[in-house]
Design a protein around this ligand. Structure first.
Ligand SMILES: [Zn+2]
Length: 396
């Protein structure tokens, strides 16, 4: 009798452990996302979370002893619904059926996850919303998505209207507010929203518990946004030393982007840019490298965003390589920008971006060690999000 009860207890325990999905990953090298480098570790995962990280060299359920394991990468600036249409040209959502665009959005989310990115901030479109919600419910594979749902510009209204729009976006499920403080690089990048429009948008976002993500090219537009208390500056190509110092003081995050410019330049016919716009994009590369170096000098908190548009989804990791080879980042600086620093910028610093007990089991493994050769980020062999494997080896 005792034996029977004992075996029932054992089988109940077995079911419990299966449902809690406890598994152990053996890792040759772990970059913990906060600057630590650990050798020969066993990462124990249960219920989608990391429960322990301890030295050990035994074979786990998933054997990554030949590889480098990191927190799943975070891209703080993507446009998930941008895609090339059936003619290979950039498709404008207005001319397509929404149900088709949403599928492109989901496809790009899948490509991004396969490329090692387990969290992205899309800045952003309403097409992201159903995709985000289906991914979060576990029914579609993709990275954790944060989206701004819309983008606010100088034409979005006066300060009162902007405040109302921010509240509406929150009600519509936006995770952050995206605003265009300046024109694009191709049209000069001058400040377009007034200081009071920027102040209204970023202060209302803050009051609503939302972050504000600002497209700003010119120094004037960056400065106005930093002074308005906005959360992060995207591009910031022509930011002066004085404004970088101000950003460091205010704790404003900075996200210079290389991949978007290279992606445009490599695919000019698909985007139909005029020669003048193409020339201005090319001219944006050296100052992007320069502003990143200067931002590091002033200890600005730099995050990794790619501004991934059509043609760039799934290739987000190229940003690491540009930042190291052209922008002067050390491999560790570039990797941290996409780990704990990015997580903190998204308000998720306690749940993602770090390999340590209590964090979500979001992991990426690559062949080789990106600290020795940053191009190792192209050799993704394993992706896990929330304890589930989306790219082998391992129990699928
Ligand atoms: Zn963008």
């Amino acid at each position: 009798m005792r034996g029977l009860i004992g075996s029932i207890v054992l089988s109940v325990l077995a079911v419990l452990s299966v449902s809690a999905q406890t598994l152990v990953i053996s890792a040759g090298t772990v970059l913990d996302g906060k600057g630590g480098v650990l050798k020969n570790q066993l990462i124990k995962i249960s219920g989608g979370r990391i429960v322990s990280v301890e030295p050990g060299n035994t074979t786990g359920d998933i054997d990554l002893r030949r590889f480098t394991v990191m927190p799943g990468w975070i891209d703080t600036h993507v446009h998930l619904d941008w895609h090339f249409g059936k003619d290979g040209k950039l498709a404008r959502a207005a001319g397509e059926k929404p149900e088709e665009v949403v599928l492109y959005d989901a496809e790009n989310a899948w490509l991004t996850l396969q490329g090692g990115f387990t969290t992205v901030q899309s800045v952003g479109s309403q097409n992201d919303v159903p995709v985000r919600d289906r991914i979060n419910s576990g029914s579609l594979p993709g990275p954790r998505i944060l989206t701004s749902v819309k983008q606010l510009t100088k034409d979005s209204g006066d300060p009162e209207a902007l405040r109302a729009l921010v509240r509406q976006l929150k009600a519509d499920g936006a995770n952050e507010i995206k605003l265009f403080a300046t024109a694009g690089l191709g049209s000069g990048g001058a400040q377009t929203m007034t200081d009071t429009q920027i102040q209204a948008t970023c202060s209302e976002a803050k009051a609503q518990g939302l972050r504000s993500v600002v497209h700003a090219i010119s120094d004037q537009g960056v400065r106005a946004s930093v002074l308005a208390g906005c959360t992060s500056i995207e591009h910031g190509i022509f930011t002066s030393d004085a404004t970088l110092e101000l950003m460091a003081e205010h704790g404003t995050y900075f996200d210079p982007n290389f991949l978007v410019l290279h992606n445009y330049l490599e695919r000019l016919p698909n985007f139909n840019f005029t020669p003048a716009v193409a020339a201005s994009l090319e001219k944006g590369l050296p100052p992007t490298a320069d502003v990143l170096r200067r931002a590091r000098k002033y200890n600005v908190k730099v995050v990794l965003g790619t501004d991934a548009v059509a043609g760039a989804h799934g290739r987000n990791a190229e940003e690491f390589i540009y930042r190291v080879k052209d922008g002067g980042d050390t491999p560790m600086q570039a990797l941290l920008s996409s780990a704990s620093v990015a997580a903190e910028a998204l308000g998720l610093g306690r749940t993602i971006g770090t390999v340590a007990p209590g964090f979500d089991a979001d992991l990426v493994a690559v062949e080789g060690n990106p600290l020795d050769d940053i191009t190792a980020v192209r050799r993704v062999i394993f992706v896990m999000k929330g304890g589930k494997v989306y790219r082998g080896p391992g129990p699928l």
